[in-house]
Design a protein around this ligand. Structure first.
Ligand SMILES: Cc1cc2nc3c(=O)[nH]c(=O)nc-3n(C[C@H](O)[C@H](O)[C@H](O)COP(=O)(O)OP(=O)(O)OC[C@H]3O[C@@H](n4cnc5c(N)ncnc54)[C@H](O)[C@@H]3O)c2cc1C
Ligand code: SF4
Ligand code: SF4
Length: 610
């Protein structure tokens, strides 16, 4: 039997998509890479996942597991075709057990969704910047973490047990709900950081913690990066259990000052955003110690607060930085490459200085910020994907970042993972352990059906320009079908984060990527590139948007989706693809002056008679 028919038998007709529009909408993530799948299959149960993998294994079909698609590295892209196995609809919280400190979730449960269910008594500590959209399955697969990692660790520290479907379709349960076990190999953690290359998780048991009694937070200003670094090091090594310690360099401060009107004075070269939680009395004592250390390190003042409603304001500079970066130059955006390297904490000030030298050497805007407390720096590149010269520089800068990280015995990725983006470089960091990983991969997935091309296993991504999505813009710009500079810039400002999956009334009904803002921006992008031609089907997608602007409130890059939708509609109408219903409405307006086609004299009939 045809495999597509079999797939439809397993999950139902409407849960297998092979149309070009939907496939293109699954071909991008935040990375600079592109991979167009042959099909998207939506699974709802473990049994379905098991049957799908057995079928795929029998027929050598590649399978790319996917949660919310917020990957920054291309890990979720079908670079060699095959099917995307979308498990985002497996999103039930099966059990919350506060007494024993665990929760059992399906893989598509969103981090924020779990925390909402646990509040106010408990929480799930890993807090990536994408917590409103990242799925627990995706977080386990990449070992996601966030500001609180300094005290609470990363996702790996919360994995107790899981149910995984192996490449051949067998269903394995591994781990235990109890806090400790010494029963053989630690298999649950084997699937952590595996980026979907070893199996598909269908259920995950995670550890949860009681909410701390008291939380205080501060902004600490310093006259130099070195003094801020020294203060952070002394605070942490003196045993004060900070729950967050974030750093922003002057370049980043200038960005938020300008974009958010923050007025941080010129003599502040570096800011630490600090948070400390726990017993109220102990926290207050530690605040005094932190203030003393900051003073000894020439700090320019610490501003503290403990009112949760003021936290956002206090941390505005840190929280608002990433969105502000997209507004420096419209059309240019954050490009993740080696953007999340980890280095020993003591080397942070030195690393920041080295990064600033790289910034000067290439005369390139590189804001430097990150989680100083766990040695995780983000030196992000803001570039216009259409600009050839900028790409040439980026390639050299990426290499300098890698050399710097390895010089300090760091890791190329502290939280985002390898995917395609770091695949060309990862062997340099991993050495023999990379070979051992390949052996494990071969044992569990001998036909290499699960997420091939990732983690640098099969040498298919040798260069950052492999599977490169901007090729046409850089090499044949004259063939690009522009919407006009302003709209093109909006399309390029989109970072494909998918945060707009939340709040879109159309997506809430249909759960199709092509029917949320990310999907529509991707369609407009491909209309520009020429991969997608105007058609009735594309017009239907563009006209389904209600232009309600909900996506504007969730969009970290402030993308004007309504302008993109309007430009898309204009092009589609010009090409002769106006949906039938709109043709009727326009005709009615012309002939009767109202969209319903009723004669003028009947206009008042809609009102009830008195
Ligand atoms: C704006 C923005 C900010 C971010 N901030 C952070 C941050 O602060 N910290 C951080 O760590 N990350 C961050 N990320 C990266 C990303 O959100 C995380 O990697 C997240 O964990 C991915 O979750 P997801 O559901 O989107 O997974 P996806 O992107 O769908 O998938 C990621 C990987 O997991 C695999 N996978 C997904 N589900 C399963 C499953 N059930 N079984 C097996 N494999 C699976 C996929 O194959 C893929 O390899 C950020 C991303 C964006 C866009
Ligand atoms: S404007 Fe369109 S894409 Fe955005 S939330 Fe509304 S319906 Fe969805
Ligand atoms: S429109 Fe905004 S929220 Fe949606 S994917 Fe693009 S950047 Fe993210």
């Amino acid at each position: 039997m045809d495999t597509l028919i079999e797939l439809r038998n397993i999950v139902g007709e409407k849960n297998v998509k092979t149309d070009q529009i939907e496939r293109l909408c699954y071909s991008r993530d935040m990375s600079v890479h592109e991979g167009i799948p042959d099909a998207i299959v939506y699974a709802k149960t473990t049994e379905q996942v098991s049957r799908i993998l057995k079928l795929a294994n029998d027929h050598d079909i590649k399978v790319i597991p996917r949660g919310s698609g917020t990957s920054t590295t291309g890990a979720v892209l079908a670079c060699f075709g095959g099917m995307i196995l979308d498990v985002s609809r497996m999103n039930k919280i099966k059990e919350i057990n506060r007494k024993d400190g665990y929760a059992i979730v399906e893989p598509g449960v969103i981090c924020q969704q779990l925390n909402n269910a646990l509040a106010p008594s408990h929480f799930f500590p890993p807090d990536p910047g994408s917590a409103t959209m990242a799925s627990i399955g995706g977080m386990v697969s990449t070992n996601a973490s966030g500001n609180r990692a300094i005290k609470y660790g990363a996702t790996k520290d919360y994995i107790l047990a899981m149910e995984v479907v192996l490449a051949d379709g067998r269903v394995m349960r591994t781990g235990s709900i109890v806090p400790k076990t010494s029963s053989g190999y630690d298999l649950p953690h084997l699937f952590c950081r595996a980026e979907g290359t070893l199996g598909v998780m269908t259920e995950i048991t995670v550890k949860i913690l009681p909410m701390p009694e008291y939380i205080a937070f501060a902004q600490a200003w310093f006259p130099s990066v070195e003094e801020a670094g020294k203060a952070a090091e002394e605070i942490i090594t003196s045993g004060i259990p900070l729950s967050s310690c974030e750093i922003l360099d002057r370049f980043s401060i200038d960005v938020v000052n300008k974009a958010m009107g923050l007025n941080i004075p010129d003599n502040v070269e570096c800011i630490l955003f600090i948070e400390i939680d726990g017993n109220r009395h102990a926290v207050k004592e530690n605040i005094q110690k932190i203030d003393r250390i900051s003073k000894e390190c020439n700090g320019l003042g610490n501003q503290w607060d403990d009112d949760p409603s003021k936290r956002l304001k206090m941390w505005a500079g840190r929280q608002g930085l990433v969105p502000s970066l997209s507004k420096i130059r419209r059309g240019a955006k954050i490009i993740p490459f080696v953007e999340d390297f980890g280095i020993p904490m003591s080397k942070i000030p030195e690393t920041i200085r080295e990064l600033q030298k790289i910034r000067d050497k290439y005369n390139f805007p590189i804001p430097i910020f990150g989680h100083i407390g766990d040695g995780n720096l983000h030196a992000t590149l803001i570039i216009d994907g259409r600009n050839k010269e900028e790409w040439e520089k980026v390639k050299q800068i990426a290499q300098d970042f890698i050399d710097l990280t390895l010089k300090f015995k760091g890791t190329l990725t502290a939280e985002h993972g390898i995917g395609v983006a770091k695949a060309p470089f990862i062997h340099k960091e991993l050495g023999l352990s990379h070979e051992v990983m390949k052996t494990i991969k071969k044992a569990l997935d001998p036909k290499n059906i699960l997420n091939p091309g990732k983690l640098g296993f099969d040498d298919t991504a040798k260069d950052i320009f492999d599977h490169f999505t901007y090729k046409e813009f850089v090499e044949t710009p004259d063939q690009i079908q522009s919407f006009g500079q302003a709209v093109d810039n909006e399309i390029f400002a989109c970072i494909n984060c998918g945060f707009c999956r939340a709040g879109c009334p159309v997506f809430a009904q249909t759960e199709l990527e092509s029917e949320n803002a990310r999907g529509r921006v991707i369609m407009a992008y491909y209309l520009m590139k020429g991969n997608l031609e105007p058609s009735k089907e594309v017009a239907d997608k563009f006209y389904l948007c209600t232009t309600c602007l909900n996506c504007k409130t969730t969009c970290p890059a402030g993308v004007m989706v309504s302008e993109i939708v309007e430009a898309g509609r204009r092009r589609l109408v010009e090409a002769g693809f106006l949906p039938e219903i709109h043709k009727t409405l326009i005709e009615n307006m012309k002939t009767t002056g109202n969209p319903f086609g009723e004669p003028k004299e009947k206009r008042t009939d809609v009102f009830p008679s008195t």
